[in-house]
Design a protein around this ligand. Sequence first.
Ligand code: 13P
Ligand code: ZN
Length: 274
Amino acid sequence: MGILDVKIVQDFIRTCNDGWLQGWHERNGGNLTYRMKEEEVKECRPFFQDDDTWTDMGVTGENLSGEFFLTTGSGKFFRNVILEPESSIGIVEINKAGNAWRIVWGLKGGAKPTSEFPSHFMNHSVRYEATNGACRVIYHAHTPNLIAMTYTLPLTSYDFTRALWKSATECPVVFPDGVGVVPWMVPGGADIALATSEVMKKFDAAVWAHHGLFCSGPDFDITFGLMHTIEKAAQIYNFVMSSGQGQIRQTITDANLRAIAKEFGVVLNEEFLE
Ligand code: 13P
Ligand code: ZN
């Protein structure tokens, strides 16, 4: 048995491939990280290498000290993860101070964790707090319809949440807190990581203007499902806006939203209701 037979590694690879099949990962677009459970680290540990090169992240998450993350590699293509997992993905360990990583498996041939690792890491840190440790997955994808919406709607949580909630009936049940919005920023560093993690304190999804979407969740199904639901709602929004040339005849009303919440037992974020 090799590390590629370990269930969590297989699930990680499958999630990358599912995203590729959805058309969300042109070239090296998008990245995925997973905070491993203790028993999963134990299963993978026989395959770990001992490399003492620590790389500073430029951000600190003390609550993630000593954690292990599965991560996609920077510049790696999601399309290739299923074919070449050892060079496309890897496992990193976080140091005691919670501000540096070292590679313990994978990322063969000199590859590094995703350039968005600081954003993933800070999002893990705040979602860990927000969910009492339940959050394990952070997923970034270049979802085309949601990106398109960032050219036509005001870049506020209010406008995006309402537009998405009203684009498909089940949306308020899937993301009752709404979605956060981060204005356009240079990707790949500490600044966008800190701005995104501020938004992620309140939301489990954050839109990156003209770039894509970050989603978080306890497992791959829930996190992928959140990405899929938001992107599909965005697609419907764009279909409606383009086919109706900006005019809509009828929509889901705020009273309808409240009725859905009542029936499904979820509490909608009142900030986004009228
Ligand atoms: P990486 O290849 O470094 O993961 O970057 C892709 C991306 O989507 C940057 O936002
Ligand atoms: Zn990106």
